[in-house]
Design a protein around this ligand. Sequence first.
Ligand SMILES: C[S@@+](CC[C@H](N)C(=O)[O-])C[C@H]1O[C@@H](n2cnc3c(N)ncnc32)[C@H](O)[C@@H]1O
Length: 224
Amino acid sequence: MNLDVFTLFPQWFEWFRTQRHVANALELGHTVDCIDPRESTPLKWGQVDDTPFGGGAGMVLRVDVMEAALRARYGVDPESLPAQRRVIALTPGGRLLDDALAGELAAEPDVTLLCGRYEGFDERILEHFVTDQVSIGRYVLAGGELAAMVVSDAVLRKLPGVLGKDESAVEESFSVALEGAPEYPHYTRPADWRGWAVPDVLLSGHHERIREWRHEQSRRRSLP
Ligand SMILES: C[S@@+](CC[C@H](N)C(=O)[O-])C[C@H]1O[C@@H](n2cnc3c(N)ncnc32)[C@H](O)[C@@H]1O
């Protein structure tokens, strides 16, 4: 997968790239590249935003600046991009990120993430250059960078070979294997701590009963 992140703060992703599973993805040949729209802005002094028409607080990311950045990266009119790749704007009001969307994106060869800042994007960016708007929750962050990392993290860990054990990403919270329910509880040594004992079934060595118990616990956790 080639993941391109358009951000005014590319240095934020230096840390992200060093995280074990992200580093694994890079070693496997996937890419996580950052593109700074300031590098290609047609405006003077690195300007990327402007005051909103109609008045109001804050600044808005300009459509001409985002067009120039996308054009410089892909060498095409960005209006044609939605037909070629997933171009996702991070917005608080977008489609909520969930396991199904992460899985959908993990199947894409090329994904572009646009990080907003300030008041957000000029609406024409969303209308003409973007395939999806994605939100990581119904709250407002200062910028799209953390949201882009959340999306990237959820997507990259689904790629084969990225986690130490691929099965880790198969049977986990919200997965198809658990019928969309939260994961069952885990325990490790000691088997008894201050009288808090691990459920007997997990010590029984009876794999089928353990499997049934876990699925039952998972189902219970999905109940309102
Ligand atoms: C301060 S926010 C803009 C909020 C916008 N004025 C509004 O009220 O919806 C700046 C940028 O942060 C990102 N952002 C903030 N909260 C987000 C969320 N919950 N999910 C995804 N992106 C978010 C978006 O890229 C957004 O353009």
